[in-house]
Design a protein around this ligand. Structure first.
Ligand code: ATP
Ligand code: MG
Length: 325
């Protein structure tokens, strides 16, 4: 049997450079590898764990599917689907919650961060997020998960659940590993924390045009252009330079920073151009896809059918092993 891969993105807003470099690039790489069977979803159920707009949710879900297709995910090679179209994820998550302690969930850094971000919204669904994520992955018995480094604690939970299930009930879940990319942690444009869809001012979207990219890059906080230590917004800027213009360019600029000094206007202008060059082909494909809504509908429908087949098998097996006959 081929090894399986699962990844997903929440439908909380338009995809940004962090999602692209940290997750989608890894998804593309594994899609190319014939040794893997790849499952990529839009995590609409996970979207409900933070405040959202029910009137725009289905459009946001569709937008992520279109972003996937525009970035190069191919329904002939990968199963592209919407999480809630495969309700078996929820059934397995419930079964998994029977081997997961509340204390463990409360101590996860991702949970604590969301509690800080949305103190009025500390729900059971939020607490249960990692259990549903374990189900998303293990329902396909995926052993490799292309996601950013912020998801590592959730993967640790997934491995623990797999171990517990295998010990208690004799299932054969793999202990999945993260598939890391070079952009596994893209910092926020504000110079603090990571780039996130739900943090205003933190991101560059895949759909941003050159003037918007320029204005966003211009806002990265910098200093006088000279110093002995590279920190904060300057470090962020240097990381972007490395990712879009190469390590040599970064090292050259860092040398200048520590000697004669750098001019940020020039660096930022050049960087904005380099980012736009990478995004332009994705934007062109997106414009084509928007003209063909039936194709997008078909991708979503067929993806759900393929995913459900695998998911139903796993759930039937787990039910049987847990004594639900
Ligand atoms: P939200 O603010 O709604 O949590 P997000 O920007 O964190 O949005 P997610 O949908 O939670 O995006 O994550 C989708 C994927 O993108 C995950 O694999 C996650 O690890 C990855 N990712 C998110 N932000 C970054 C980042 N700044 N750098 C690298 N990878 C990231
Ligand atoms: Mg997130």
């Amino acid at each position: 049997m081929k090894k399986r891969v699962l990844s997903g993105i929440r439908a909380t807003g338009r995809l940004h450079l962090g999602n692209y470099l940290g997750a989608v690039k890894g998804m593309l790489e594994l899609q190319k590898n014939p040794e893997y069977e790849t499952f990529y979803m839009v995590a609409d159920l996970h979207t409900l764990t933070t405040p959202y707009d029910k009137n725009t949710l289905s459009q946001s879900v569709r937008d992520v599917i279109i972003d996937y297709l525009a970035a190069g995910l191919d329904p002939k090679k990968s199963v592209l689907f919407v999480q809630s179209h495969v309700p078996e994820h929820l059934e397995l998550a419930y079964l998994f919650s029977t081997v997961t302690t509340v204390a463990k969930m409360q101590h996860l850094p991702t949970f604590k961060e969301k509690v800080k971000q949305y103190p009025e919204n500390v729900t059971m669904a939020l607490l249960n997020y990692p259990v549903l994520m374990a189900s998303d992955i293990l329902i396909y018995k995926a052993s490799l998960v292309p996601v950013g480094i912020d998801q590592e604690p959730h993967l640790e939970v997934t491995r623990e659940i797999a171990r517990r299930m295998n010990q208690e009930y004799g299932t054969d879940f793999p202990e999945p590993k993260r598939f890391a990319t070079k952009g596994e942690y893209i910092p926020s444009l504000t110079g603090e924390g990571k780039m996130s869809k739900t943090v205003e001012g933190s991101y560059i979207n895949l759909t941003d045009d050159l003037p918007i990219i320029k204005s966003k890059i211009a806002k990265i906080p910098t200093d006088a252009g000279k110093g002995s230590e590279i920190v904060g917004g300057v470090k962020t800027l240097m990381e972007f330079v490395e990712l879009f213009e190469g390590l040599e360019e970064r090292e050259g600029l860092e040398r200048l920073y520590k000697t004669t000094g750098v001019r940020y206007s020039e660096i930022k202008e050049k960087l904005a151009g380099a980012i736009y060059r990478e995004l332009e082909p994705i934007q062109k494909r997106r414009a084509e896809l928007e003209k063909d809504p039936e194709y997008v509908d078909r991708v979503i429908r067929e993806g759900a059918e393929k995913a459900r087949k695998v998911a139903q098998e796993t759930v039937a097996e787990v039910r049987e092993k847990m004594g639900l006959r």
